[in-house]
Design a protein around this ligand. Sequence first.
Ligand code: EPZ
Length: 419
Amino acid sequence: MSKFVIQGQTPLKGQIKVNGAKNSALKIIPASLLSEETVTINNLPAIEDIKLSLEIIKAVGGVVNRQDHQCSISTKNIQTTSIPPELANKFRASIMFVGPILARTGEVSFPHPGGCVIGAGVRPIDLFLEGFSALGATIHIANNYYHLTAKKLKGTEYFFTTVSVTGTEALMMTATLAEGRTTLKNCAMEPEIVALANYLNTQGAKISGAGTPTITIEGVDYIKGGNFTVIPDRIETGTFAILAAASQTELLITNCHPDHIAILLNIFHKIGVRFEQGENWLKMLPSPKIKAYNIKTHEYPGFPTDLQSPYTVLMTQAQGLSIIHETIYDRRLLFTDMLTQMGANIIMCDPHRVVVNGPTPLHSRKLTSPDLRAGIAMVIAALIAEGTTEIDNIYQIERGYEALAERLQAIGVNIHRID
Ligand code: EPZ
């Protein structure tokens, strides 16, 4: 397994460019299957999950031309409606292909999707199955494979009993080709959902309400191909901002949307983290004394669960007690035992709540990255810790952050990748 070796406490300074949002790109790629025409995607992050997603397009018969951070996808002839298990098992977003294939061909087969183990065991897809059946699909389950068929999808009304980002995106994009009106209630409101809806509308879909809890989709017969530019990754933006705050670094973060992390910036104001912002840049300023502040993760525009792990590291350097309440996932606080081993003073009240008592100096350890976001949190902990820290299983980190070691070296982090 590859690992990172990080020498902590080196002076950092400079600027870092934010890449296209992983969780936007992982939806537009499957959505390209809604059209027979070519879809060109710009500002695509060069990470493992994107590669896997494009592999699925090729596996079902699509043609992919990729140059650096751009790709064009043509899915005129879909040759198979079965999603290969060896690809589907590697990442949860493989579920996003189910709806478009079903809408285009009337059938689809797939295994239970894989991905990081932050939910309770295998991540549930009950909302997807309920939604597809509400749209008229027949569901047949045989030896851990799902087979969905639908002559023609019909508009429906569906209420999400749990707010689900990918659930909202899956049903929204699929309903664009259903007959009649679909109303989705209790939807997620992430910026990536709005970006997807705006794109589909420019290609002939009729979606209204994206970004609010109720989304209405008037079915159409045809979705044109077109050009999609992936929005900046708000989780990368927030992660690098927290990295700068934790290491008291002056850091210019470019090619980002500060308004997509408004909640974090509001908390920065409250806890004494200084910064300046423009429309597409954020300049973090060294802030020696920061105050502890409680957070409770929540769907957008609340505090993003994907920033919880980096924020928890920041709280180990803040003055006082802070409660971190992770409401979305059952296992996303388990990484804190590694922070405790590094010297943090953290008490786990229950699987969803920890109390952090700061500030405490951190010292180096040998760590293993359990998931994408805990992994980047360990990188932040390592670069503020005294000594040399090793983090292995960095596949889990690199699947979400392109060229991370190189980008951190460019701002002065003493980080090396060892294969
Ligand atoms: C998306 O995951 C993101 N992934 C996650 O980012 C992010 O943490 C999450 O939204 C919450 O913001 C992608 O967009 C690819 P959910 P998603 O469905 O959609 C339950 C990262 O690090 N649920 O909003 O899979 C589920 O168990 C990843 O980039 C059901 O019960 O999350 C969870 O408790 C991690 N049944 C809650 O909903 C379902 O059918 C929210 O999950 C679906 C979900």
